[in-house]
Design a protein around this ligand. Sequence first.
Ligand code: HEC
Ligand code: HEC
Ligand code: HEC
Ligand code: HEC
Ligand code: HEC
Length: 362
Amino acid sequence: MRGILYFLVSYLLFFTTVMEVRAEQREMVECGQCHQAVIERAEKSRYTHSVVLKDCRICHTAPKEVVQSTEISLESPSRDFIYHIKEVEDVPYTAMIQLKDDMGALSEPYRLEFFKKDLPNRSGDFKPVKDPPAPTVAGIKKKGFYSAKIVWEDSTPTSFSIECREKGGSDLKALSSTDLYEWLHEVEVRGLYQGKYLCTVTVQDLFGNEIRSAPFLVDTSTVSMNKAEVHDSVLTIKRALIFKISGRPGVFLEVHASRPSYCRISLKAKHETAEGSHFKIDRYTTIKACVGCHQFSVSHPVGVRAKSEDVHVPDDMSTIEDGVITCATCHAPHGADRPFLGKFEFRKDLCLKCHSKQIYFK
Ligand code: HEC
Ligand code: HEC
Ligand code: HEC
Ligand code: HEC
Ligand code: HEC
């Protein structure tokens, strides 16, 4: 019995090590498919840097992506609208848009990819709001409390806030939609008592200009039942696009649906970590990775550029970020024919390649 157990355990161990070797070999084959010359040079060097033949990604890290998602659900049904997404970073985004109606019918999802700095600026395509809104009461419903449907249309897309005060009473109802811009507004003010209310609507255009309506009367004692509309057409997104407006933060998403519906927006931001993609020769590749293994043998300041008059880095010495010296400025990371993986003859006056004055080490 113990024999079988031992066999099983050793078999498992064997299996996992084989798997590891395979993963490593696959990696080398993967980079070697296109960079065979690098591997050959490394193997043929008199002084091989063994880590190079083990795994290229020790220094050339694979791109790492972190996806951050945000879900936005519109609370009221709309047909043609613009949604203001205020916080957008300088990274690639994917937006998935989907519509849903009262009956639960769903549209096909609509996919948009964008990068804020590449988006068109459409400030010239919209007019600033000029006339105050002229809302009308389209119907009063009673369902416990009373609710009033208020309707108006603007010549340019606007967001709104509504305030209704009970005449001769203390009831106050306020409602606003600050991220959603529409041409046609159909707003339901709920929770009203029986009686008369004086309401005002304030609208704001895409540029931030505000204008307020004259006060208008909402009389909940005149209940008028308006029938629920029946829809049988297919719910589709006819058009969706993303743009910028001068002087406003973030981006604007414009959606045109086949009929009023609730919109769900799912935003995914793709962040690349500082390590970046594997073929960037950056601080990670040339300094951070090296210091990870050689922390006690750093032989010269790195991550700095020449600032004094006496120091000048010649063109045959590689730097990053236009002049910042790294470990690879003096060392050949893949292997070299000189001791200490020297790119240059260290015995000759290496120091004088950059320092015009004789400078002594250690
Ligand atoms: C399908 C082919 C292919 C594979 C596989 C590949 N590379 Fe590359 N790599 C390239 C090409 C082509 C370039 C040149 C890109 C350029 O100059 O913009 C490049 C560039 C690079 C550079 C930058 C060279 C320079 O001079 O700036 C590094 C470093 C690099 N690759 C490392 C790797 C590593 C490590 C792997 C394995 C994880 C790998 N590559 C896999 C094709 C490949
Ligand atoms: C010890 C860290 C390290 C490892 C491991 C490593 N590299 Fe590099 N690699 C570097 C550094 C640093 C540079 C920049 C060299 C310079 O500036 O002279 C570089 C440059 C490159 C370049 C562009 C310049 C050239 O020499 O062609 C390629 C391509 C490359 N590496 C591919 C690879 C491949 C393929 C592997 C695996 C077989 C690998 N590297 C393993 C550190 C490493
Ligand atoms: C994963 C650990 C590791 C990383 C990362 C690494 N090295 Fe090494 N390095 C070694 C080991 C181990 C040796 C000893 C020789 C061998 O086995 O390759 C070595 C040898 C060297 C030597 C020769 C030392 C001597 O006494 O001859 C130099 C120089 C060197 N590395 C520079 C670098 C530079 C520059 C980088 C970054 C581009 C780097 N190393 C990244 C592990 C590492
Ligand atoms: C200005 C050139 C220069 C730069 C930059 C440089 N080195 Fe060196 N390095 C040398 C010289 C020269 C030697 C040989 C020193 C000696 O003879 O003791 C050396 C030796 C080494 C050695 C082997 C000796 C030992 O102390 O173990 C390692 C490992 C090494 N360097 C790693 C690094 C790493 C890692 C970096 C980046 C953090 C770096 N070097 C940056 C010039 C440089
Ligand atoms: C690739 C060019 C280059 C080479 C080669 C080089 N240095 Fe430097 N060195 C620099 C830079 C750049 C600085 C930092 C910025 C400055 O002082 O302008 C620096 C700074 C120094 C400093 C620190 C000076 C201070 O005031 O903090 C010393 C010490 C030094 N180097 C010694 C040496 C020695 C010894 C050698 C030869 C083994 C050498 N350097 C080779 C470019 C180089």
